[in-house]
Ligand binder design. Structure first.
Ligand code: 13P
Length: 247
């Protein structure tokens, strides 16, 4: 049984003072049988970790592939662990597209995070152009295998399938297509890692809202959601968390 995992990616939104109000709202809500994670900006991580109740997980949105040294502007795994942040999102399509992170760089980052004991949410997803050509399964499979190259166990890994054309566009991938891709991802993981992959959580991301959360979360191979826009409003995010309870 894979417990549903409701994750909010704030991207480059919310100052630390805005995050404080959100933390109060979340701390005042009770959740049962569901795991919750928030990924704020780097500068908000430490204060949010202190303000949020401990059962809510905090993740960074990125990490350096390097251990330490002369890498201006980068943040290391050790720096995250030192402020009690033990999870990180890697390979988001905005990092891949805008900041030109290749599969090789993503793989270096995954290896660094895992070797330092961090939990990873690895993001994958095809562009509209690839889907129109009918090549989405092949593309996502290649991205998955390349990003996980030389990773021996899935123990600390969650996968997030986020089709690029559904991110921030209001165009949700329909739940049947999303389930189909998440199943393809699981089958690929089973081929590589055998039955260990049965317990790996696979999330869907892309225009998830309170209105579509139950339908998406009810699918067999969708073990949670990675929410952008709708994670910025506490009422909406809490409604999405509630949708994942007891499913
Ligand atoms: P939206 O929910 O705003 O479409 O963003 C999804 C996303 O990119 C989460 O990482």
């Amino acid at each position: 049984m894979r417990r549903k995992y409701i994750c909010g990616n704030w991207k480059m939104n919310k100052t630390s003072s805005e995050a404080r109000k959100f933390a109060k709202d979340l701390n005042n809500s009770e959740f049962k049988n569901v795991d919750v994670l928030i990924a704020p900006s780097f500068v908000t991580l430490e204060s949010l970790r202190k303000e949020l109740k401990s059962e809510i997980e905090i993740a960074a949105q990125n990490i350096s592939q390097y251990e330490n040294g002369a890498y201006t502007g980068e943040v290391s795994a050790e720096m995250l662990k030192d402020i009690d942040v033990n999870s990180v999102i890697i390979g988001h399509s905005e990092r891949r597209e805008i900041f030109k992170e290749s599969n090789e760089i993503v793989n270096e980052k995954v290896k660094r995070a895992i070797s330092e004991g961090l939990k990873v949410i690895l993001c994958l997803g095809e562009s509209e152009e690839i889907r129109e050509k009918g090549k989405e399964v092949e593309f996502v499979r290649d991205e998955l295998l390349a990003s996980l190259k030389d990773i021996k166990t899935l123990e600390n890994i969650t996968i997030a399938y986020e089709p690029i054309w559904a991110i921030g566009t209001g165009k949700t991938c329909n739940s049947i297509d999303a389930e189909e891709m998440c199943k393809e991802i699981r089958n690929t993981l089973i081929e590589e890692y055998t039955e260990e992959a049965d317990s790996t959580r696979i999330l869907y991301g892309g225009s998830v809202k309170p209105e579509n959360a139950v339908e998406i979360l009810s699918k067999e191979n969708i073990d949670g959601v990675l929410v952008g826009g709708a994670s910025l409003k506490s009422e909406d995010f809490i409604e999405i968390i509630k949708a994942g309870e007891n499913l």
